[in-house]
Design a protein around this ligand. Structure first.
Ligand code: ACO
Ligand code: OAA
Length: 368
């Protein structure tokens, strides 16, 4: 059987949430370029209800989400205990997501509560790792502004507020990517939301998926530190059979529409924060890879620089991705649960056949 490796091109189910058909990213019928300026709460509502909210609905939804950002004392106590462990922040988040589902006073099943608390957990992991005090949400701010405030300790100005909101919107969903599909597989067994989200976090961690944003910045630092000409560095990397992180995509062979928007944001933020040299380096690499290999940057490429400019250490980049994507994961978990159908594909067996089991085979010629 000639099977598509890694399920490439295989349509496994239908969804009303988002589409990447024709190389365009569309959330519930709206192209991403149209939505880039929408508020994150509007997008969460759109992904969960496949329609935009009315004005009153949006205000109530936003208020509900922000009010749910407060964590119970027991969750904070456990987070303080685990977040300092010398593991990768995504490993901490994997455990913390599961913990949210086991802490007594957080047994709930409502997606708004789960999303709000995931954002607070992620901001808290970042603060604890940086030896900074935890920050309570400000009920006058929206969800994305609060998340940024609780991450950085600074209330965002108009520029940062718009920029970070757009970053969150662009990362909110991406149809059947590996982490979302993992969440859907778990949801299809009728497991609880936290089990589904934990699976999603596990899949996002890998460097071929969400973990690529950290690797992008590690590569930029390596190039700067090596004092090698960037093109020589890339040539050496490719010659050694290594991938250039932040490039290529399973779906977008002519460019990731999000990367184009993110590049503009990264350029502006790099200028404001004195990080132009990283931006220029990224453009040099991108031009070279397009010209020589036909490879385009993906969503993780310029996002890495944005997170660096926000003052985050590179090992924290992927937990921020998880924060943005939780809304999409929850949308897909709800959709999958509504179908009530177990995901269980088939495989082609290619191992040995017709072997006979001899009861005493351990004695014959055995070392034991
Ligand atoms: C949020 C996200 O998950 S976005 C993706 C984040 N991941 C990364 O940035 C990691 C780097 N990129 C990659 O590993 C890949 O491009 C993936 C995993 C994202 C997509 O992989 P696939 O759809 O399987 O593409 P595939 O591996 O078939 O690539 C086609 C060709 O381009 C090459 N290629 C793809 N991406 C890269 C890259 N980043 N660097 C160098 N070569 C690459 C492959 O080696 C392959 O070459 P070949 O035909 O000579 O064998
Ligand atoms: O769709 C994918 O394979 C990966 C991706 O870009 C995302 O999850 O945002």
């Amino acid at each position: 059987m000639d099977l598509p490796k890694g399920l490439a091109g295989v349509v496994v189910d239908q969804t009303e949430i988002s589409s990447t058909a024709g190389g365009k990213l569309v959330y519930a019928g709206y192209e991403i370029e149209e939505l880039a300026q929408a508020s994150y709460e509007e997008i969460v509502f759109l992904l969960w209800h496949t329609r935009l909210p009315q004005k009153g609905e949006l205000a109530a939804f936003s208020k509900q989400l922000v009010s749910e950002m407060v964590l119970p004392a027991e969750s904070i106590r456990l987070l303080l205990y685990i977040a300092k462990e010398p593991q990768h922040p995504m490993s901490i988040l994997r455990t913390a997501t599961s913990l949210l589902g086991t802490t007594n006073d957080v047994i709930f099943d409502e997606p708004p509560k789960i999303l709000a608390k995931m954002l607070t957990v992620i901001a808290s992991i970042v603060r604890i790792r940086q030896d900074e005090p935890l920050i309570e949400p400000d009920f006058k701010l929206g969800l994305a502004d609060n998340f940024l405030y609780m991450l950085t300790g600074k209330k965002p100005d108009e520029f940062l507020s718009r920029l970070f909101n757009t970053v969150m919107v662009l990362h909110a969903d991406h149809e059947f990517n590996a982490s979302t599909f993992s969440a859907r597989v778990v949801a299809s067994t009728a497991a609880d939301y936290y089990s589904c989200l934990t699976a999603a976090v596990c899949a996002l961690k890998g460097p071929l998926h969400g973990g690529a944003n950290e690797q992008v910045f590690a590569m930029l630092e390596e190039i700067k530190g090596s004092h090698l000409d960037p093109i020589t560095y890339v040539k050496q990397r490719l010659a050694a059979g290594k991938k250039v992180m932040g490039f290529g995509h399973r779906i977008y062979k002519d460019g990731d529409p999000r990367a184009k928007i993110l590049q503009g944001l990264a350029r502006k933020l790099a200028q404001k924060t004195g990080n132009e040299s990283y931006y220029d380096l990224q453009v040099t690499l991108a031009d070279y890879l397009l010209k020589t290999k036909g490879l385009h940057p993906n969503v993780d490429y310029y996002t890495a620089l944005i997170y660096h400019c926000l003052g985050l250490e590179k090992d924290l980049f992927t937990v921020i991705f998880a924060a943005c994507r939780t809304a999409g994961w929850l949308a897909h978990i709800m959709e999958q649960k509504r179908t009530g159908r177990l995901i269980r594909p088939s495989s082609e067996y290619i191992g040995p056949k017709g072997r006979k089991y001899a009861k005493d085979h351990y004695q014959i010629g055995s070392e034991f």
